[in-house]
Design a protein around this ligand. Structure first.
Ligand SMILES: C[S@@+](CC[C@H](N)C(=O)[O-])C[C@H]1O[C@@H](n2cnc3c(N)ncnc32)[C@H](O)[C@@H]1O
Length: 245
């Protein structure tokens, strides 16, 4: 037994929902650290955090037209990892604006460094918990597509509550997507794919944007390490896409 008093629950320091990540800082070489410090100001959105390190403080709002200095279609990638997908898409589609949301600092740093090398002007990054950015920071109906590719599968049943794709996420996505906007999902974990499809089939205000059991592989996706690993292990890659009606 310990005689330490139990700490009182302080609702301002904890989130009221589980998050879909365990924060890792990852290693950066000294030159990556330097490049990150030099270039992040050009790419990283300045978002004040709330009580948790990756939360979005109350009252933080971003106007995409001001952020990018132009009106254009906006695509948001949730959990952009090392940035392979969004860097390739931003380079291929200069007429579209992109926001990469990621909590893994070393992944963000690699994305920033490559974006700076490529001189991309249509890409910004956010180091925050993605559902909070979609729910509070971005205006209603401001996003054309949300991409969630190979989200952490949280394989154990006791961890399923941490999965990003949930009825709550569908509600948040519905608010921020423009009418006709699309949520694209991809995973190599069959149990998560089944879960995503049940959740999204039941989500109010969405309809399937595919025929048959699963969507075709999204042709705009590059092969990332996560997709490749799934293929190497012989797992089926499942794509889904849902349109906001
Ligand atoms: C398995 S990795 C996949 C990365 C990338 N999409 C790919 O296919 O290479 C999932 C990523 O999502 C990020 N992530 C998980 N939950 C997140 C959240 N709520 N907000 C922002 N990023 C998140 C993790 O930090 C991790 O880098």
């Amino acid at each position: 037994m310990t005689d330490q008093p139990r700490r009182a629950f302080d609702p301002t320091t904890f989130r009221d929902k589980p998050v879909s990540f365990v924060r890792r800082s990852g290693r950066m070489t000294p030159s990556q650290e330097r490049a990150w410090e030099e270039s992040r100001g050009d790419f990283l959105l300045e978002i004040e955090h709330g009580p948790a390190a990756t939360s979005v403080a109350a009252g933080q709002h971003g106007n995409p037209a001001e952020i990018f200095g132009r009106e254009a279609e906006l695509i948001v990638e949730v959990g952009s990892g090392q940035g392979h997908q969004i860097l390739s898409a931003a380079a291929e589609r200069p007429e579209t604006n992109f926001i990469a949301v990621e909590v893994f600092r070393a992944g963000l740093a690699r994305t920033v460094i490559r974006a700076a090398d490529a001189g991309l002007e249509n890409l910004r990054l956010a180091e925050v918990n993605a559902p909070e950015l979609l729910e509070h920071y971005l205006p209603e109906g401001s996003v054309a597509e949300i991409w969630v590719f190979f989200p952490d599968p949280w394989k154990k049943a006791k961890h399923h509550k941490r999965r990003l794709i949930s009825a709550d996420f569908a509600r948040i996505a519905h608010r921020v997507l423009q009418p006709g906007g699309v949520l694209r999902l991809g995973t190599d974990w069959q149990n998560y794919a089944d879960h995503m499809r049940v959740v999204m089939d039941e989500a109010p205000g969405f309809e399937r944007d595919f025929e048959g059991e699963w969507a075709e592989r999204f042709e705009g996706r590059v092969l990332t390490a996560f997709e490749n690993k799934g293929i190497e292990k012989g797992r089926a890659i499942r794509d889904l896409s849902y349109r906001r009606v």
